[in-house]
Design a protein around this ligand. Sequence first.
Ligand code: FE2
Length: 479
Amino acid sequence: MSKKNQRSTTSILSIIFFLATLSIHAQQVLVPPYLQPGNSSNLSNEQKILIWQTDSIPGHFKVEVSLAKPGEIKTIAKTSVVQLKLKNKTTFLYRATLPKLKFDSEYSYTISLNGQPMAEASFTSRTKEKTTRFAVFGDCGAGTPQQAKIAYQIYQQKPQFVLVTGDNVYRSGLENEYRKNFFPYYTAKEADTLKGAPIMQTIPFYMLLGNHDVFGADLDKTPDGLAYFYYNDLPLNGPHPKGMVTVKGNESLVKAFKSANGARFPRMSNFSFDYGNVHIVCLDANSYANPVDPTLVEWLSNDLKNTKADWKIVSYHHPGFNSSKAHYDYQYMRLLSPVLEQLGVDLVLTGHVHNYQRTLPLTFDPKLDSTGTHYAISPEGRVDGKFTLDQSFDGIINTKPKGIIYIVTGAGGAPLYDLSLSGKPELWKHDPQQNWVPFTTKIVSDIHSFSMIETNGKKLILKQLDAKGVAFDEITITK
Ligand SMILES: [Fe+2]
């Protein structure tokens, strides 16, 4: 090549580079790329979804994925985009599908914008091994310093995935609340106790619907409401029971919302998935839902009967067995206990009450009303019944529970409830006996915390860790 040609090639490249740089500078990434589980529930197929959001300038993105080994062939992931016009502001929400992944494998991905590298990370696909290690917390996206500390500690624990038990953001599940109070903490550039950690770039979050997540369902009042459905990509294997979240508002807003979310709305309200030797069912426990809806119960029965996993775990937001003062009367989920007991559920993970609580293994038989055909529920939501407590289980020497252990792990970041209850069982009492017996064996309500669960074959260890990463409760369950 002549010197003249070399010069002109160099100047063209400079112009292209300048334009690309200009484009990057002009475009603001509102939510950096993060990993989602995608529509893969059982262990027959595996995928991941990458999601990110930019401002109103459309970008030319390219997503490449390969096994994280030298010389592996990179494949280009299919990327789709929806234009969101929320609160008169246009943004773009991108999704890239990483399909047909191998299990138990490390992958790398890179995302480039107009040819310039924008993000890169690696992740491990789901395991088929008989071991898992995952973090659980709820009631988190409040934009507090404690939320950052918990995020930092979860990152240190290196979980395979994270389960968020609802009330993902405060106060109304809005798109701008996720951007302000959620993503900055879990997609921080680096781990910092004051800011959060880069968790979601490499570790998928499974989230479920809490009450705050559906507060913004009237799009006339909150056009960017129900953002749970924009930002999550979860298994679409759930049922369509009668009571599900509905969206309200003027026709064009509702139409745009439904078109942006497709099958995800309202299907992601209830779903299940396998991870290693654990099967987890996530349910929507909001007040419009009937925990014993025949369609839901039928799906749940088939789902839990068909799994070959060693451990059956159910998660929903509103705890049925709660000895705090806050939210005591909301007990609808107690109605589901006989079904869960019959289906061999080991553990129920909830949030809603902003503290940590653990019950003894228990069974519960809800009382019927005078007709003998319906459950008796008080106007406030109380459900009376007969409790059976396994007093002999201690999770140390006796590790074989008779009944289900119910956990409240709602201390993930939002301000705490009933701080005085820690270590004072005399303050946990409620009346009457048909409604409350001493089913709670531990409450820690004065510090923020999260759960770490590890399974290894027929052994499960649950630890509750504080914002310094120190475990203050631990039980072992064996089969
Ligand atoms: Fe809640």
